[in-house]
Structures are given as C-alpha cells and as structure tokens.
Design a binder for this molecule. Structure first.
Ligand code: UGY
Ligand code: MN
Length: 477
C-alpha cells in the first residue's frame, strides 16, 4: 500500500480474509489511494470450526478465520468496503490433498462449482438487499475495476448476455457425485444449499441448463483493457520528445482527437503534417459499437490490427480480421471497419497517393502478417523483415514489421530520403535518432523525418519488433 501511495499506481488486494486487512484498505481508500479489495466465497461461508470438521479440502491461504471475522467480512461487504468476489478456485489431485502432515498438504479450495451458489443460499432471507450487492461484487465491479468495457458487467442492450438464473429451491445437500471437476474434491460437499442455478448463459449461449452441462461451441474470450499501461510519472515528466526532425511519443502522453469517419473509438493522431510529416499515423482503440469509414479523396490507407478483431469491408468484400491482420485501401476504394471486439487496437498510416505515369493503380490488399515470411535483413537471421505490401512500383507506401532477437541491431546507422513512422509492437531496445539515443518499449511511437540518421538495438530477454511505414518507389525530383 505504501508503494501504491508513492507511485500512484492502481492496487487490487486479493483474498482479503480478515477485518484487520480490510481496516487498512478502508483507511487507504479514505486517503484517496486507488485501491480495491477482493474476497472469496470460502471466507464468507466457512469459519475455523468448519476447517477442523472438513480437514484438508478446506485448507487454503490465507486460512479461513474465526466466526467473528467471517461475520465482519459480511458487514464490510454490506458497507461497500469490499469491491469484488473472486473464486480463487484452486484444484489439486487427490494425492496432493491427502496425507498425514497437514502442513505438507496442498493449500487451496476447489470451489468454482458451488462457492457462488452458496453465497446466494446464505443470503436467501435478505435477498432483496444482498443479491444486488452480490451481483455487483461478482460482475459489475469486476468489469469496472479491470476496465473490461461496456459488454461486461451489465445487462444493458449491447452488453454480453453473461448471466445465471438462480432460484430458491428445496434444501439439498451437496454430494460428491455432482462434482464436475477433474479432481472431485470440494470443501462444500455435505453443505446444504437452498438455491439452485437453473441456467447459465455465456455471451447469450446456454452452458448450463436445467441442472445439466450443455455442450457449447463457445470459444474462450480474452478481454484486455483499452489502455496498455498508464505511467503516472511525477513532477511533469515524460519520455516523449518532439524534435524538429524526429519524435518519440510515449503512451503516457496520448490525447484523443475526433476524426471524421471514426466513431465509437478513441483515436490518437500520433504523426501528422503538424510535426512536419508527409504521412499520418493514427492509433484507433475501438469500443463495442465502434465503426470507421476510411474514404477521403486522394488519400490511401494502410492499417494493421495489433489486437482484437472486427469485420472489414474493402472494395465491396467483407472480411473477418483479427490481431495481425492488415490491409491496404488505395485511393477511391471504400473501406469500412465495424463490429469490433471492444479494445481492438488498429494502427493506420495515411498518405496522399502519388501516381506513377504508365503504371496501373495499386490494388486493395487484405492479408495476415503470419503469412508473410520474415527475411534476414542484409544477411542477419536475427534481424528479420516482413514486407507486408507488394514491393512494386504501383505502391508508393511500404508497411513492414521488423523483428530483432535480443542483442540484434540495424547493421549500420541508416540515413535515407524515406520517412518513417513506427509503432513498437513488442519488446524493448534503444533507438538512435539523429544524435540522441532513446530507451523504447512496446507501445512507443517514433517518427523519423527524411535523412534522420537512425539505428536500433534490441535489448532485454525477448525479441523486439516494430511496425513501420516508409514512402517508397518515387523519383527524387
Ligand atoms: O526499411 C528501413 O529503412 C528500415 N531498415 N529502417 C529502420 O528500421 N529504421
Ligand atoms: Mn530506415
């Protein structure tokens, strides 16, 4: 907590089991710290007498507390001090959950099947007051705290239908025979439940119906918050540096713009004529209802989907795009992006097309980076270049991905007429721009004016890669 205070970072404390811990959190909240607290069903449902009775299946860390502390947790929940409830589902094979030495036995409660149901059973008499609270702790607050966006944590029109229908029922004793987990061990066996989960829907599809699992073709869904990271550097500092002939733009300084044709998204214009560039570079982060129409006269657009996915219509054809998909929309070809997964990040490069006499206009392109082989750059297999657009005279814009193994470098300090804008996709390293050297990492954007001397070294333990544009294939005069 003191580190969070010093750095201003967000802090989420999991598995809070005691009022002592909660008091510290409540106090920090009062002082304005960005802190939230999670507890788990087992801390609300069991006390230490239960652990003595149940034995190893109820061993977990932090341990189950006494009755007074269990009650205090419920009070905190009702007072709004707790923010979320997580399953902390911790399954283990029988061999790890049995033995003579209690201290050696695996610590963890496998409770994903009954933990949540029993919270509703526990509060049946006070359902009117407590069930909305439980719904917030299990869903809405989680979606908000982790910035999962509009589709999660609510039942509004346009949100995902993720819900369980729970109803009071004849009390029943939870039996080992109903456990659906691979290792059928549960601290809840023998516990009475007075509710039943009738149906469970995930994104509108039933996965549990009338007491049975439904075989559903659902794919897992990975959600990421719209902003990768926000560094709250104190004292007005930033790594961003805008020089006359080069720029480094770090994500902490991004400011949104309204861009005609793009709605339901946050769009940042990173490179533009305003800084002396001939090509524009935009970062679009879509919300669930996002849409982009990319037709402007005389302008061609190349785009790369860094994360997420969407439906893209180009030259009258619809395509499903995902992370790693890219496209090129020549002048005069309508390009529409719709139905994005929330959080989808798209980088756009836009340029005034320069036609070449006697050469046919460039064609629309839609493809995936994984289908483009990385070729060793000037013979170095540790520095590979993927050329995404055809290297043909018709195209006056290149879009490439450069991937360096740790320690690999650009072979020499390049100085060339072509301009670049680039987005660091992964890893880190040091970029030399003119006479300055900058540490750079995934999320950073760089602009290099024509003739900006440039060099890169990948550092760290993972490969570094960047996506970049380059104006190409036109005469010097
Ligand atoms: O294509 C290029 O000019 C590339 N080698 N430049 C760069 O990575 N800065
Ligand atoms: Mn270059």
């Amino acid at each position: 907590m003191s580190l969070a205070q010093e750095t201003g970072c967000a802090l989420h404390i999991v598995h809070v089991s005691s009022p002592e811990g909660l008091a510290l959190i409540a106090d920090a909240k009062k002082r304005g710290l960005n802190v939230s607290a999670e507890t788990c069903p087992h801390y609300l449902l069991f006390n230490e007498d239960d652990v003595v009775r149940i034995g190893a299946p109820a061993k977990c860390a932090p341990p189950i507390r006494d009755e007074a502390r269990r009650r205090a947790l419920w009070e905190a929940l009702r007072a709004g001090i707790l923010d979320t409830i997580g399953s902390d589902h911790s399954p283990a094979p029988g061999t790890m959950k049995t033995g003579d030495d209690f201290f050696a036995i695996w610590g963890g409660i496998g409770g994903v099947q009954h933990g949540f149901e029993l919270l509703f059973s526990e509060t049946l008499e006070s359902a009117e007051r407590d069930w909305p609270l439980l719904s917030a702790l299990l869903s809405r607050n989680v979606a908000r705290r982790f910035r999962l966006g509009r589709p999660k944590g609510s039942l509004d029109v346009g949100s995902d239908a993720d819900l369980a229908i729970v109803t009071p029922s004849e009390p029943r004793e939870i039996a080992a025979s109903e456990l659906l987990t691979r290792h059928p061990i549960s601290a809840y066996v023998g516990r009475r439940s007075r509710v039943r989960v009738m149906h469970t829907l995930v994104r509108g599809r039933a996965v549990w119906s009338d007491g049975r699992l439904v075989d559903s073709p659902l794919q897992p869904q990975l959600l990421s918050p719209p902003i990768r990271y926000v560094m709250n550097l104190p004292f007005g500092q930033t790594r961003t540096r805008i020089a006359a002939r080069h720029a480094l733009i770090a994500p902490d300084g991004h400011v949104k713009s309204n861009v005609p044709g793009i709605t339901g998204a946050s769009t940042v214009i990173l490179i533009s004529e305003g800084m002396g560039a001939n090509v524009a570079q935009l970062l679009v982060t879509f919300e669930a209802n996002g849409r982009a129409e990319l037709a402007s006269p005389g302008i061609e657009t190349a785009g790369y989907f860094e994360t997420g996915g969407a439906t893209l219509t180009l030259a009258g054809k619809r395509h499903t795009v995902r992370a790693g998909s890219y496209f090129f929309a020549p002048v005069g070809e309508a390009c529409t992006i719709e139905s994005p997964e929330p959080g989808t990040r798209l980088t756009l490069f836009q340029k005034k097309f320069v036609a070449l006499g006697g050469v046919a206009a460039p064609q629309p392109i839609i493809a995936h980076a994984s289908d483009v082989k990385g070729e060793p750059f000037m013979g170095d297999p540790d520095a590979r270049l993927q050329v995404l657009l055809p290297d043909e005279p018709a195209y006056d814009l290149a879009m490439n991905i450069f991937t360096y193994q740790p320690g690999a470098t650009l072979p020499f300090v390049e100085t060339h007429i072509m301009e670049h804008g680039l987005l660091m996709l992964a890893g880190q390293g040091v970029y030399r721009l003119e006479d300055s050297w900058y540490p750079v990492a995934a999320g950073d954007v760089i602009w290099m004016a024509p003739y900006c001397p440039q060099w890169f070294v990948a550092m760290g333990k993972t490969p570094a890669s960047y996506l970049y544009y380059k104006d190409v294939n036109r005469a010097a005069l």
